[in-house]
Design a protein around this ligand. Sequence first.
Ligand code: MN
Length: 437
Amino acid sequence: MSALSDLQATLDPSRKSWVESANDSTNDFSIQNLPFGIFSDASNAARRVGVAIGDEIVDLAVLQAAGLLKASASASAPTDVFSRDTLNDYIALGRDAWRSVRVQLSNLLARDTATLRDDAALRSKALVKQAGAQLHLPLQIPGYTDFYSSKEHATNVGSMFRDPKNALLPNWSELPVGYNGRASSVVVSGTPVRRPNGQLKLPDQERPVFGACRKLDIELETGFVIGRGNELGEPIACADAEAHIFGMVLLNDWSARDIQQWEYVPLGPFNAKTFATTISPWIVTLDALEPFRVAQPAQDPQPLPYLRHEGAHSFDISLEVRLRPQAASKTSTIALTNFKYMYWTMAQQLAHHTVSGCNTRVGDLMGSGTISGPTEDSFGSLLEITWNGKKPLELQEGGTRSFIEDGDELTLAGWCQGDGYRVGFGTCVGEILPARR
Ligand code: MN
């Protein structure tokens, strides 16, 4: 079989695993998924590369040591990439290696493959229960950029703060608006987030006050991870851009709306965004997302030539936001939407980002921008859901929210639903701690 038909076989909806939990049609981590992360556990505190399958994690370093997995066919490639504490060195091996590893893993975990299935001693070393493992930030992130590419979100924000009749600024339909974010404060799901302090400009006072953010918000986003960088001065063409993407994560771009509103003129957000950005621990590869590829919305006006690409460049990814107040037993679903509503594609974002000659590096993180759908129950931020606090949200357990309160736990979830299987992202969770005094 050719490499491409081997890759195609990993996407076969009828393929099942001997890891039975992976065959549940609502488990995020089917054998069709095989997302990458960094984990450790009680028996081995060393951080290492794992792939999620059902309720388990496959330890790739163990498989490699047993001679069952080869990271790269190249003799000059490093041989210990699965024992590293980030995915960067594995990702740097390139797309042929990612695809070869995907094929090898899919074959090893397939129901009819006895090699690992019937080797109890090796299986007990190579499979770790997710419930007992700790997941870490999977990347060393050289740079983080955040876009603003949902037309619905940009229209809502423009209507709220400027003019409903001219909600979109003239540049919005011509380019994927973005800003350079802060890579140092990207944290993995489960890391508590402290409410930031900063300058707040109250409407009835001439000068700002200093204090804790009163309008703390989420932004429901996805992020994509650069798998192959570009040299300084060498733009990435829109048609080539997807080949530079390793995969996607869920991303919560925590936002302090009151700090943002005062500070953002004229250079864009700063402290309102730099205190934390949470990503999900599992990176779902673009190869696993392939069956869920769908067309992006029609773009009018037609983009300038450097932003044009043929064909379908979006993905059908269901997205959900949940809120649970501290000690509450009930979780409220506060938004349900889909990645496919995004106006600008990841390929267009990357082409625009590099058209100036700006270089990108393996591990760079690119946020989609808040993903809002067309209806009120599909908005991706509390700013929009409560219309800047004017329409408080009713919670399941009683009580309301305009913005996030201390102790609230916010969860993003995302998944592609296939026929009998799921390619899911798991969750992206953060609990808010009170501000420092
Ligand atoms: Mn954002």
